[in-house]
Design a binder for this molecule. Structure first.
Ligand code: CP
Length: 357
C-alpha cells in the first residue's frame, strides 16, 4: 500500500511525477474532470486548516469524486476516546483515500499502519507536511523553471515549522541545492534535520541572524509564521513572534527573479506592501496546492497496489518495549502504538516524531 506520510516516502522520480502531473492538469483541466468519478476522499482534520483541507476537497471534486469527513476533532468520536487506529479501521470502509491532519506527531503514520486505503499526512504537529512540500516544489518549478541549483532561504520559525522540515528533506533529492537558515536562536532548525538530512545528504547550509545579510543571494525566500500553538511557554512566543518581517524595503535588496513563498497563514512576517510585488508567489502557491493534490490523489490511487511504488523499507527500525518517547506531542505518549525506534550516528530516535530518546 502506498501512503504519503513523509516526503522521503516518495522517490525523486515519484516527486517529479506528481509535479509533472500537476503541470499537466493545469494545462488540461477538462481531460481530468471525471477521472476519479465514484471515488471518495475522507478528510480527517483534528486541527484547524483553511488551505490544506479546502484544496484537498476542491481537488477531489475537480476530479469528479466526492468528499466526506470532519474538520474538528470535537465532532468525531475521538472526543469519546477513539484511537487513531480504530478511526482508520472505520473510515477505510467509507472512503478510497484519506487525508489526516493531527496535532500529535506521528498520528498519520499510525493510521497508515492500520489502513487498507492510502493515507496522506496533511500535517502532524511540528513534524511534517509533505503535501505542502509538493505544493512548494510545483510552485518553485512554475516560478523559476527548475529546482536543481537553487539557493533557498528559510526564514522565521524553523523549529516548529513542519513545512520547512519537509521541504528540506525533499530538496535533498535534488542537485546542487543550497540552504540558508535565518532564525533567532530560540527557533533554529532541529539538529536532527541538520545532521541527518543536510549533513548526511550533502546539502550545504549556513545559518544567519539577519534577513538582510542573506536576501541578496536567494533564488527562493521561504517565509514562515511563528507557530504560536506549538509553544509551551507564551512568554517565549511573545519574545520571538516579530523576529523577522519582510517588507517592500527589504525586497529592494533581493534579486529581480527571487520568488517569495509562504505556506500561509501569515501573521506579521510579510507586510502587505509586498503583496503587489510580482515576486510575491504565496497566493499563486495556494492555487498550486489544489493542482498538486489533484495529481497526488490520482497517482496514489493508481500506485496503491503497484509493487513498483511500494513504501520504502526501513531495516534500521527496531522494536524495544523498554524504551519510551518523552515528547508530549508524540502520538506514542497518548495512544498505545508499536514501540518502534531508529538509530542514526549513535542517537536513538522515535519513529513517530523523530525526537531523541
Ligand atoms: N499551509 C497550510 O497548511 O495552511 P492551512 O493550515 O490553512 O491548511
Amino acid at each position: 500500500m502506498k501512503h504519503l506520510i513523509d516526503p522521503t516516502d516518495f522517490t525523486k522520480e515519484e516527486l517529479d511525477q506528481v509535479v509533472a502531473l500537476g503541470l499537466e492538469i493545469i494545462n488540461n483541466r477538462e481531460k481530468y474532470r471525471e477521472v476519479l468519478k465514484f471515488h471518495k476522499l475522507a478528510t480527517l482534520f483534528y486541527e484547524p486548516s483553511t488551505r490544506t483541507r479546502l484544496s484537498f476537497t476542491a481537488a477531489m471534486m475537480e476530479l469528479g469524486g466526492n468528499v466526506l469527513g470532519f474538520s474538528d476533532a470535537a465532532s468525531s468520536s475521538v472526543s469519546k476516546g477513539e484511537t487513531v487506529a480504530d478511526t482508520i479501521r472505520v473510515v477505510e470502509n467509507f472512503a478510497d483515500i484519506a487525508a489526516m491532519r493531527h496535532p500529535l506527531e506521528g498520528a498519520p503514520l499510525v493510521a497508515s499502519m492500520h489502513s487498507r486505503i492510502p493515507i496522506i499526512n496533511a500535517g502532524d504537529g511540528s513534524h511534517a507536511h509533505p503535501t505542502q512540500t509538493l505544493t512548494d516544489l510545483l510552485t518553485i518549478t512554475r516560478e523559476l523553471g527548475h529546482i536543481d541549483g537553487i539557493t533557498i532561504g528559510f526564514c522565521g520559525d524553523l523549529k516548529f515549522g513542519r513545512t520547512v522540515h519537509s521541504l528540506i528533506k525533499a530538496l535533498s533529492r535534488y542537485k546542487d541545492v543550497k540552504v540558508v537558515l535565518i532564525a533567532p536562536d530560540e527557533l533554529k532548525l532541529p539538529s536532527y534535520i541538520k545532521t541527518d538530512v543536510c549533513e548526511k545528504l550533502g546539502i550545504p547550509y549556513r545559518e544567519v541572524r539577519n534577513l538582510e545579510d542573506a536576501i541578496g543571494d536567494l533564488d527562493v525566500l521561504y517565509m514562515t509564521r511563528v507557530q504560536r500553538e506549538r509553544f509551551l511557554d507564551e512568554e517565549e512566543y511573545e519574545r520571538v513572534k516579530d523576529s523577522f518581517v519582510l517588507d517592500a524595503a527589504k525586497m529592494k535588496l533581493a534579486k529581480p527573479t527571487m520568488a517569495v513563498l509562504h505556506p500561509l497563514p501569515r501573521v506579521n512576517e510579510i507586510a502587505t506592501d509586498v503583496d503587489p510585488d510580482p515576486r510575491a508567489a504565496y497566493f499563486r502557491q495556494t492555487e498550486n496546492g489544489k493542482f498538486v493534490r489533484m495529481a497526488l490523489q490520482y497517482l496514489l490511487l493508481q500506485w496503491q497496489d503497484d509493487p513498483q511504488h511500494a513504501m520504502p523499507e526501513h531495516p534500521e527500525y527496531f522494536r524495544d518495549e523498554k524504551l519510551r518517547c518523552t515528547n508530549v506531542k508524540c502520538i506514542s505518549t497518548h495512544e498505545k502504538v508499536d514501540p518502534l525506534f531508529h538509530e542514526e550516528n549513535g542517537v536513538v530516535r522515535c519513529v513517530y516524531c523523530d525526537h531523541k530518546i
